[in-house]
Design a protein around this ligand. Structure first.
Ligand code: ZN
Length: 441
């Protein structure tokens, strides 16, 4: 059975992964055997009504059919107990899916939930069609994520994350982990873990902020790597439990290629090619804006201040550069046109950058002075005048090279594929066997 659930947490409390950890432990006690690590699926981060982090969960397990009713009850009770049901906008949902193989339509639904917008109606239609069971609390929006998590088959790529949880007494307090041990872990496990530290700012980024139960999370390429990394990190407060998840984090799964700029739609994260059509401007003082065009249309691109390295690249673009841009799409509002909020830029072809300078004096070699617009030039050294000379074109060396530029580590989204993962993709690979200890207790 595949058990999917979502939308149990709020900005104030809880975390859907924590409920997954509890369910795993309870199911194990009931004799279930797991056919995969629990899956943590990040859905489209550009959905305006998303939950925090927009992560949905799926547990895939086999058990004695006589236990089925009891297992469902345990899942429902755990969600009910740990979801923040009082919070407006938290609308948990659970889906029980009994077919062993994921139907293509459900996989497609999942892809759409990660790259675009899907509705509860579509989810319920599929639930009915495949005789699954869905249960919603309040508005039941979580059924969407629950089904989407079930439908993610990781055909393209996947990663792992080990999450360590705090004891409830510490919720809301400052997280205490020995920083030096995180730098040490990063060094020891590279390149098989990623996004542990932000090297630009020499800051650790494995500990979240906020009141949720997570103490820290380590992302990596294999279950063994994140487990090893976990053992190097020294927490300075009790770890209540931990679990390894298989995820679509760091895979760019949310981005979908469009052939033409005219196909770009709000809330659908894209990869789009175009030619820079306006030089970058800085508004207001820190964010960089420029536009790109192709034969079908034009779109605005924004590199916000927190994107750090990416913003520094964007500002060096010039009209005529060929680029491929990656990012979420904001719908137009007021004077602001349809805008891609950049996560990455691939520089495909650099246009020459030209500046116009005064010519040199043909007699003495000194750079000439202008005598006013359209009046020609004169030489300050030898006194010669040249009323008919024009400014000369000078090619300026570009500070950019072709290649991919990515937002700084600290502002990467859960789904953004970092530099380090290029070449590490696991196309079509599957999980044969789980490692021995992948959760505690
Ligand atoms: Zn001269």
């Amino acid at each position: 059975m595949h058990i999917g659930f979502d939308d149990t947490d709020s900005t104030k409390k809880g975390c859907t992964t924590y409920i997954a950890a509890l369910v795993v432990e309870k199911l194990k006690k009931m004799g279930a055997s797991f056919i995969d690590y629990p899956n943590l699926i990040r859905l489209n981060p550009n959905v305006p009504w998303k939950t925090r982090g927009n992560g949905a969960l799926c547990i895939r397990a086999k058990f004695n059919p006589n236990n089925e009713a009891k297992i469902k009850e345990v899942v429902i009770n755990t969600v009910e107990e740990y979801a923040d049901l009082e919070f407006r906008g938290t609308d948990p949902g659970i889906v029980f899916f009994t077919k062993a193989k994921i139907p293509r339509e459900v996989a497609k639904f999942s892809k759409n939930a990660i790259t675009g917008i899907v509705t509860l109606r579509e989810a319920l239609k599929l639930v009915k069609k495949f005789k699954a069971e869905a249960l919603g609390f309040k508005k039941g929006r979580g059924i969407i994520g629950g089904l989407a998590a079930i439908g993610e088959t990781f055909d393209d790529d996947f990663t792992y994350e080990i999450l360590a949880y705090r004891i409830p007494e510490n919720y809301g307090l400052k997280r205490r982990v020995r920083e030096a041990s995180i730098f040490e872990m990063d060094k020891a496990t590279m390149p098989y873990t990623f996004n542990n530290v932000d090297m630009d700012k020499h800051r650790i980024i494995i500990t979240p902020r906020g009141p949720d139960p997570i103490l820290f999370g380590i992302r990596g390429e294999t279950a063994e790597a994140v487990k090893k990394a976990f053992e190097i990190v020294k927490p300075l407060e009790p770890v209540e439990r931990w679990v390894i998840f298989r995820t679509n984090q760091g895979t760019d799964a949310h981005l979908k290629k469009v052939e033409k700029l005219s196909q770009i739609r709000p809330y659908n994260p894209v990869i789009a090619k175009g030619i820079v059509s306006t030089n970058p401007k800085i508004i207001p003082r820190r964010h960089v804006f420029f536009s790109i065009k192709d034969e079908s249309g034009k779109v605005e691109c924004a590199a916000y201040e927190p994107t750090g390295a990416l913003r520094k690249t964007a500002i060096k673009l010039v009209v005529g550069d060929h680029v491929e841009v990656y990012g979420g799409v904001r719908k137009p509002s007021g004077d602001i046109p349809l805008t891609i909020n950049l996560e990455k830029i691939r520089l495909l072809k650099l246009a020459p950058k030209i500046s116009y300078q005064n010519p040199m004096c043909p007699k003495c070699g000194r750079r000439l002075k202008s005598m006013g617009k359209g009046q020609g030039f004169r030489c300050e050294k030898c006194g010669s005048k040249y009323p008919n000379m024009k400014k000369v074109e000078v090619k300026i060396r570009r500070e950019l090279k072709k290649g991919i530029y990515i937002t700084s580590t600290r502002s990467q989204r859960h789904l953004t594929k970092p530099h380090q993962r290029y070449g590490m993709e696991k196309y079509g690979r599957t999980v044969e066997k789980l490692i021995e200890d992948w959760h505690f207790p």
